[in-house]
Design a protein around this ligand. Structure first.
Ligand SMILES: Nc1nc2c(c(=O)[nH]1)N[C@H]1C(S)=C(S)[C@@H](COP(=O)(O)O)O[C@H]1N2
Ligand SMILES: [Mo]
Length: 505
């Protein structure tokens, strides 16, 4: 019995287009620069020999890229139709089309500059759509095959499913496009924003101990660690942002973005770190933050003597309870609007986030902050505290070895060690290093503008040939030396000395 080809081709093409739609939407929602198809086009451009590319550009003018994407889509349609026809010979046969196509997308996506694991998600979503949808569509066709009595009924089922899939695919692509466009618009607003009082300043030269391989004292925005519970980052236009301060105060206050930035701007270097950071880990960074001191904002509102915390809420509904004292004493706890002289990057909380020197991020550093409620710890519990993390999160003293790296081979003789140490709002007094359990040697420290930042350290010690282990410990300006007791980050921050194994030859 011959079956008509058209429905089979249609099933392949529909599944194919739906997969493109879901992968495109995923890329938009995750704000990955390019959908996989565009990534493929870029790879083609990169590997097109110069003369051919020039000829294409001269013939096609500025339409060379859309033209190329069009050609790729056309080829894809051919592949989709082929997948559709293959399905007649067995459910698994179209996989010989779907998997290689996804493979090409994957290679293209990963070959882009700065690609990471997240960039592969659109390809994965597209592949999943292709495989599951195609088998769902062909199921109806299969059931009707060779059985004229049921064929017309199953064809109707097929057409209904196919119609629904087309509508859904268009809907998903449009929704993804809208989300992506919102993000792009906010990104443009951010780039064009000039905030009065925000200046750029390089890290003071004295902060560097001059040893290559240590984390730079100023963490560039693009290298700053990222922690939050969102999948798609909130995109908020400054003119749509407002902050409500309320709760145990005599007078409530609602601030617009322009109200906020018209107030006195404070700029200071502050190190931020995550309570989840393991000993020796990278969830810590140092930036120059510009913002409005929270103490100044609260001063005029008549805060109740019974209050002991401020419950902060972000645009995405994340919360944390911050000790009132840390927000009202002399430290530079602020509503930050800029990071290293630039408006906050979207993923770091644009347009406004909180920064509090001396507290872990999970109890203080609310990104996309929109609400501050003066309250009590008895009444208010933040997101992570409800999950068993400690209610108050003062930063613990810590130090890290950046040089040498674990497993490095170095020349025997004088070996340079270096890294960073921090105890925000207390300050680091000295750092000591120990090789193979021997003497503790004091390291040289870089300069710091205040006790709120990390400090670079370095020291050179003679090391004989063989395998070695180096350890570091810091002592704070309060006289407290880092404990050697090893504890995991949960519930209030890891402790223990960072150690690195290396060999000298
Ligand atoms: N809205 C929101 N703000 C948040 C979080 C979050 O999940 N959502 N995570 C907090 C945690 S745990 C940390 S360590 C810091 C990290 O800030 P960063 O991503 O800018 O480095 O943000 C804090 N602010
Ligand atoms: Mo964190």
């Amino acid at each position: 019995m011959t079956t008509r080809r058209a429905p089979w081709v249609l099933a392949g093409v529909l599944a194919g287009l739906a997969g493109l739609a879901t992968s495109y939407a995923t890329a938009m929602v995750l704000t990955i620069r390019d959908a996989p198809v565009v990534a493929v086009a870029e790879v083609v451009i990169r590997f097109t020999p110069g003369p051919i590319a020039e000829r294409a550009i001269s013939v096609l003018g500025h339409f060379d890229k859309p033209f190329l994407v069009g050609v790729i889509l056309f080829l894809l349609l051919g592949c989709f139709a082929l997948a559709g026809l293959l399905a007649r010979g067995g459910w698994y046969r179209p996989l010989f089309v779907w998997f290689p196509l996804a493979g090409v997308g994957l290679v293209a996506v990963l070959s882009q500059r700065g690609a990471d694991a997240v960039d592969t998600l659109p390809v994965a979503v597209g592949l999943l759509t292709w495989v599951t949808l195609h088998s769902a569509l062909t199921d109806a066709l299969d059931r009707g095959r060779g059985r004229p009595d049921v064929e017309s009924r199953e064809r109707r089922v097929f057409l209904m499913v196919a119609g629904a899939v087309s509508v859904a695919a268009v809907g998903i692509a449009v929704a993804g496009r809208l989300v992506g466009a919102g993000r792009r618009h906010v990104e443009v607003s951010r780039r064009l924003l000039r905030i009065p009082g925000v200046t750029r300043r390089q890290a003071p030269a004295s902060t560097s101990v001059g040893l290559a391989g240590i984390a730079p004292w100023e963490t560039p925005n693009e290298d700053f660690y990222l922690i939050d519970t969102t999948i798609a980052k909130p995109t908020i236009e400054p003119e749509d942002w407002s902050l409500r301060i309320h709760g145990m105060v005599d007078r409530e206050l609602t601030l617009s973005y322009s109200d906020l930035v018209s107030r006195r701007m404070t700029q200071s270097w502050i190190t931020l770190n995550c309570v989840s950071n393991e000993v020796g880990g990278g969830l810590v960074g140092n930036a120059r933050w510009s913002g409005i001191r929270i103490a100044d904002l609260l001063a005029g509102l008549g805060v109740s003597d019974d209050a002991d915390c401020v419950l902060q809420t972000s645009h995405d509904g994340w919360t944390c309870a911050t000790p009132l004292e840390a927000l009202t004493d002399d430290r530079d706890a602020m509503l930050a609007v800029a990071m290293n002289g630039r408006p906050l990057p979207i993923e770091h909380g644009f347009p406004v986030r909180t920064i509090v020197p001396g507290l872990y991020g999970y109890v203080s550093a609310t990104k996309w902050v929109v609400d501050l409620e003066v309250s009590t710890f008895a009444e208010s519990t933040g997101y992570w505290t409800t999950k068993g993390w400690s209610a108050e999160g003062p930063v613990k003293i810590a130090s890290r070895i950046d040089v040498p790296r674990s497993g490095d081979d170095v020349a025997a003789g004088p070996v340079s060690f270096g890294g960073v140490a921090w105890h925000q709002h207390t300050g680091i007094d000295f750092v000591e290093v120990q090789v193979d359990g021997g003497e503790w040697t004091r390291a040289e420290l870089g300069g710091v503008p205040s006790v709120d930042t990390w400090v670079q350290w370095s020291v050179t010690i003679d090391v004989p040939e063989g395998d070695h282990e180096v350890r570091v410990r810091a002592t704070g300006k309060d006289g407290e030396t880092q404990t050697s007791v090893v504890r995991s980050p949960d519930p209030d921050g890891a402790t223990g000395w960072h150690a690195v194994e290396f060999s000298a030859g």
